[in-house]
Design a protein. Structure first.
Length: 465
């Protein structure tokens, strides 16, 4: 087991980083010669189109730092290119609204540093790709401090955090978060931020892009922690081939969080909280197309990272909530009880792809592992599973948490991409107007741009088998 060194006591709030990355295009062995996927290909690979409900009546909140001033036009152009409904509220189409938490300053029109612009684009566009008719509320925080993003209420700040604000919005059933930072003494006091006594809301967090160990808040037992895989399709249309655990997938065993009952009662017990819970597509070498006019006007960018996997899972949970109808939405606990219950059942292989290969510092293997968790979803089965789940409202472990309580966050910057070899843009992007010239780029907690290609006109149609 990988043991991290003890973390010193801290009093200053940390800054968080998004999970996005960009690298040179190095395709894996795959029948997809382009080394990236469109929404149609991803939806085909995982069977998302076979789900009856596509998010109608659901609202997903996304918490990010700073802003992306072109996100409304970008998501609508993304929708036009890839045949998704416009996010304009017209004729039954969903809406995108942008809000600032109560008491926080209006974020600057462009992130001062890091990859928050592309993080916002990835989050919004790929929640939309998975749950095309769900409404989205983008909550933009004044900066990337832990207090601004999720801890203000615990630390007595005179403003609402992004998470605290998002979970209080009427109709929100899922809150997607793609950022994190190192663990710290006292993190357990912030776990209550990811609960909602008055209503059932599920909180989804990416586990990071630098392999083991993972990061907080993903280690909180009150969130669904999402790792990453590499997807290989069996046809240009996107027929599912196979997956392996991505080497950047955050995973590991918490220094401070106790083993939660949803793990220990279902045969997963490493002596403390382990992550990820589940995984989905994340490898930037098998990434997805994103429009981000803030950083790359005129291009489609190829992006990956657990910042992709997390919003996709948020969209899937919303589809499960829709299938529940009058039974209402699920809390994180309700979702986790259902997912781990499926793992510890005879229908596990019908609900998940068990990813048995790959290494992030730990080795993937049969069943639960510290690279991909339970595995990646078979969405129709997961939707049906969540439709019948019990809406539990309590969370957490039963053993005493490790480490003494601190009065605040460590001095960590929370942003997309934690700075390791797998989480920062290190390669060039291709400028379609001048293919011989190389363009510089940068990204957050997702692995972002692998290359840029010119935006096509009209809807993309894939006719090859």
């Amino acid at each position: 087991m990988l043991n991290a060194a003890p973390v010193a006591d801290f009093t200053a709030p940390p800054v968080m980083q998004p999970s996005v990355q960009s690298t040179d295009v190095t395709p894996l062995v795959s029948s997809n010669p382009l080394a990236f996927y469109t929404p149609a290909q991803v939806r085909t690979a995982y069977g998302l189109g076979s789900i009856a409900g596509q998010g109608q009546g659901q609202t997903i909140a996304i918490v990010d730092a700073y802003s992306q001033p072109y996100i409304q036009s970008d998501v609508n152009e993304f929708s036009s290119i890839f045949g998704l409904p416009q996010m304009d509220g017209v004729g039954g189409d969903p809406t995108l609204s942008i809000k600032v938490p109560t008491g926080q300053s209006t974020p600057p029109t462009a992130p001062p540093a890091g990859n928050w612009g592309v993080e916002i684009s990835l989050d919004v566009e790929w929640v939309h790709a998975v749950a095309p008719y769900a409404n989205i509320v983008l909550v933009t925080c004044q900066n990337s401090s832990g207090d601004s993003l999720f801890g203000a209420e615990i630390d007595g700040q005179p403003y609402a955090s992004g998470v605290g604000y998002a979970k209080s919005l009427p109709g929100v059933s899922v809150v997607s978060n793609s950022y994190g930072g190192g663990e710290f003494n006292g993190e357990t006091q912030y776990d209550s931020q990811f609960t909602t006594p008055a209503q059932n809301v599920a909180f989804v967090f990416s586990t990071g892009d630098d392999g083991a160990p993972s990061e907080y808040p993903a280690y909180s037992p009150n969130v669904v922690a999402v790792g990453g895989t590499s997807l290989n399709t069996a046809s240009i249309k996107g027929r599912y081939g196979n997956e392996i655990g991505w080497n950047g997938s955050g995973g590991g065993i918490s220094q401070y969080e106790a083993t939660p009952s949803f793990q220990s009662s279902n045969g997963v017990n490493f002596g403390a909280r382990s992550v990820p819970d589940v995984s989905w597509l994340a490898d930037p070498n098998t990434g997805v197309l994103v429009i981000n006019s803030l950083d790359d006007p005129g291009f489609l960018s190829v992006i990956g990272g657990t910042s992709l996997a997390a919003p996709m899972w948020a969209g899937l949970i919303a589809l499960g909530d829709q299938a529940r109808g009058s039974a209402g939405s699920l809390s994180s606990q309700g979702v986790l009880n259902a997912l781990y219950g499926a793992y510890n059942s005879s229908h596990y292989s019908q609900d998940f792809h068990d990813i048995t290969a790959g290494n992030n510092g730990f080795a993937a293997g049969t069943g639960y592992d510290l690279v991909t968790g339970i595995g990646t979803p078979q969405p129709l089965a997961i939707t049906n599973l969540l439709a019948g789940a019990t809406p539990a409202t309590t969370l957490g472990g039963t053993a005493a948490a490790k480490g003494r309580q601190a009065t605040g966050f460590p001095n960590i910057v929370y942003s997309p991409g934690t700075g390791g070899a797998n989480s920062r843009i290190s390669g060039p992007m291709i400028n379609a107007a001048n293919p011989s010239a190389l363009q510089a780029g940068s990204t957050p907690d997702f692995l972002v741009v692998t290359m840029d290609i010119p935006k096509p006109k009209g809807v993309v149609s894939l006719t090859s088998s």
